[in-house]
Design a protein around this ligand. Structure first.
Ligand code: NAD
Length: 423
């Protein structure tokens, strides 16, 4: 049995609502997005012909502040996926207590088959189609799968051209020279490790010497792996779209990062950059990855990776969700019964949006902090959120995901009752 991501997000919400006894009227509002926009994006391809792509922006909820959420370019994008990701952004921003609501965008396209110029035209036209819905006080996009600093620069520039002045605060995840923040690039992956560290500490445990497997070696997975190594853990396996590499004494992460970065730089059309071909490591079958003898598993690729089929095979004691929605509700239940602690996405990968918030604040001040300042602020807020979620889960005798939802829903509800309903 598999559910679409929007159904998964709704199942999680409804479970938390049941456990905390949430006001059914408020649940009725929160079960669906405030706004879902579908746009057609005509793009002049390099060969002179026009192709029309389909894109979405879901603005799920803005009770707590402007909509905030990434944009994904992938052939697998669906409306339901974008809706789920936007809902998760809403709860995530509330879990770490920043004044944002939740949104997400996606374009159905294969970025590996498009040239850089085509990607630029696609991004600019998508931005144009969404113009009236975006803005530093309205909705602030960021990178997600297969988008990055360059994509954000194109969005910022397009928006600014139409406004007639530079508006850096319209996106986050930009490069530093155009108003990005120090540390944003590393933030999500580093945050995953900070949260893992705090949760393990609460259990009287530590990252030191832990064996870790990481799925996904993009922005989130690669920086998580680097920081895990720094804190004394051993990343023994990495899996991405191109393959699975393994070394029992620990992979040389920086070399692996450089190896993938080099391929990305070349942007060869039709070639997926990844770990495949990296020298002096064992390669494994994709399925073998799930039953590896590790202490911690970090899914940092995409949704629906840990399912009822592979959840019984996991040997890890912790699953720390770098990706959004990697664990299905059925797998969640299996893991909970087996005593595997799942640190949920809306807490574990919130370092990204936290530093996005700090980037937005800096853009509005026109004053920029040094790296230590940014990491310090991120870390304090993340550790507090981890402790709050842990306490909430204990209070309600439930799993960390439900604990995180309850914390988020209490905060969203509080604002709703204060502001009340228009008209
Ligand atoms: P990315 O495009 O930088 O990297 C994606 C990685 O996942 C690549 O290594 C790719 O090969 C791998 N991958 C994709 N499908 C896979 C599959 N089926 N099996 C194995 N590997 C696969 O993307 P990212 O920004 O690192 O995002 C990864 C996840 O983290 C997504 O779920 C995203 O929503 C989430 N996330 C990202 C951020 C951020 O700041 N970038 C913040 C919060 C959450």
């Amino acid at each position: 049995m598999s559910h679409d991501p929007a159904t998964v997000a709704r199942m999680q919400l409804e479970k938390a609502a049941r456990v905390m006894n949430l006001d059914p009227d408020l649940l009725e509002i929160l079960r669906r997005p405030k706004r879902m926009v579908e746009v057609s994006i005509p793009v002049r391809m390099d060969d002179g012909r026009i192709r029309v792509f389909k894109g979405f922006r879901c603005q799920y909820n803005d009770f707590r502040g402007p909509f905030k959420g990434g944009i994904r370019f992938s052939p697998d994008v669906t409306k339901e996926e974008v809706e789920a990701l936007a809902a998760w952004m809403t709860w995530k921003c509330a879990v770490v207590d920043i004044p944002f609501g939740g949104a997400k965008g996606g374009v159905i396209c294969n970025p590996f088959e498009l040239s850089e110029n085509e990607l630029q035209r696609l991004t600019r036209r998508f931005t144009y189609e969404l113009m009236p819905l975006l803005g530093p006080d309205i909705d602030i996009p960021a990178p997600d799968m297969y988008t990055g600093e360059k994509t954000m620069a194109w969005i910022m520039d397009t928006y600014s051209v139409f406004k007639g002045h530079s508006e850096p605060g319209v996106v986050t995840g930009k490069s530093r020279i155009i108003g990005g923040s120090e540390g944003r690039r590393e933030a999500t992956g580093r945050g995953v490790v900070v949260v893992a560290d705090e949760i393990l500490r609460l259990r009287g445990d530590s990252l030191e010497g832990k064996r870790v497997a990481v799925q996904g070696f993009g922005n989130v997975g690669s920086f998580a792996a680097l920081y895990l190594e720094e804190l004394g853990a051993r990343v023994v396996a990495v899996q991405d779209l191109t393959g699975t590499v393994y070394r029992t004494e620990g992979l040389p992460i920086q070399e692996l990062v450089d190896y993938v970065a080099e391929q990305k730089k070349q942007h060869e059309i039709g070639k997926i950059p990844g770990v495949k071909g990296f020298a002096n490591v064992e390669t494994l079958d994709a399925d073998a990855f799930w039953s590896l003898d590790v202490d911690i598993l970090v899914p940092a690729a995409m949704e629906n990776q840990i399912t009822q089929d592979n959840a019984p095979l996991l040997r890890a004691r912790y699953v720390v969700e770098g990706a959004n929605g990697p664990t299905t509700p059925e797998a969640d239940e299996i893991l909970f019964k087996r005593g595997v602690m799942v640190v949920p996405d809306i807490l574990a990968n919130a370092g990204g949006v936290l530093v996005s918030y700090l980037e937005w604040v800096q853009d509005r001040m026109g004053y920029y902090w040094e790296l230590e300042e940014v990491f310090g602020r991120m870390e304090r807020k993340l550790r507090k959120a981890a402790r709050d979620v842990y306490t909430k889960a204990q209070e309600y005798q439930t799993d960390l995901r439900t604990g995180a939802y309850i914390l988020a829903l209490e905060r969203v509800a509080e604002v709703f009752y204060e502001r009340e309903l228009f008209p």
